[in-house]
Design a binder for this molecule. Structure first.
Ligand code: DC
Length: 218
């Protein structure tokens, strides 16, 4: 078993930014499990399936092979051998990932991939159920959160920087809807593990959050 750091939390809490920093400082591999759910979502969309067609989603799991690799230290996602990393951030992919990840069959499909990575390597793994379900014996567990307003503002700034016109109220509403879905699903819902340390990053800088997690590792 490698040295395992689990970082869970809601969408937009800054998990990936922080996890990458911690991985860099600790010499660990960063594993983004949301990207794996997004990889499966690309498969469902490529098959013309809509998020509400749950039977078709379950059926389509059989011929999806999701794997990951690294290029210049950046995680790449492969679907049946094709590098689909560039497709993962599409809005439709995020929506499909959020809805399809509620299905136990979809979660089961990625469970062993996530656990085997943590067995083989020292990892910082981020997601929704890493500390509670995937790596219950992780060495360090963090539940990273931030207020809806902070998360919406961060997302808004990110989109504006990319030249995308957007409405901050709409972004906040989408975040609330996604939180609700992630926290109320029956299989492996988003929740803080009993032994996880809660960090609210609303009023903290990236450096402060990174340092707080590094301290937990010492
Ligand atoms: O972190 P993200 O937004 O890239 O994740 C995409 C979706 O995948 C998210 O809506 C919830 C789901 N997910 C999950 O259910 N469990 C994980 N460990 C990671 C992501």
């Amino acid at each position: 078993m490698g040295f395992n750091i689990a970082i869970d939390g809601p969408a937009g809490a800054g998990k990936s930014t922080i996890a990458k920093q911690v991985a860099l400082k600790k010499g660990c591999v960063y594993v983004d499990t949301g990207a794996m759910y997004r990889g499966l979502a690309v498969h469902f969309l490529k098959n013309g399936i809509r998020p509400e067609e749950t039977d078709k989603i379950v059926h389509a799991c059989a011929d999806a092979d999701v794997s990951i690799g690294y290029e210049d230290g950046n995680q790449q996602v492969y679907l049946n051998g094709e590098n689909i990393t560039g497709m993962l951030r599409d809005e439709a992919v995020g929506d499909m990932a959020s809805k399809s990840s509620q299905l136990p069959e979809v979660r089961e499909k990625l469970l062993e991939l996530q656990r085997s990575l943590a067995r083989e390597k020292d990892v910082v793994m981020d997601g929704r159920d890493i500390g509670t379900n995937i790596l219950p014996n992780a060495d360090v567990k963090v539940f990273l959160t931030a207020s809806v307003e902070t998360r919406a503002k961060r997302r808004y700034d990110e989109l504006v920087q990319k030249g995308i016109v957007c409405d901050i109220k709409q972004i906040a509403d989408d975040i609330k809807e996604r939180d609700h879905r992630d926290m109320t699903r029956e299989t492996a819902p988003l929740k803080q593990a009993e032994d996880a340390v809660l960090i609210d990053s609303s009023e903290m800088s990236i450096e402060e959050v990174t340092e707080a997690i590094l301290k937990l590792c010492r």
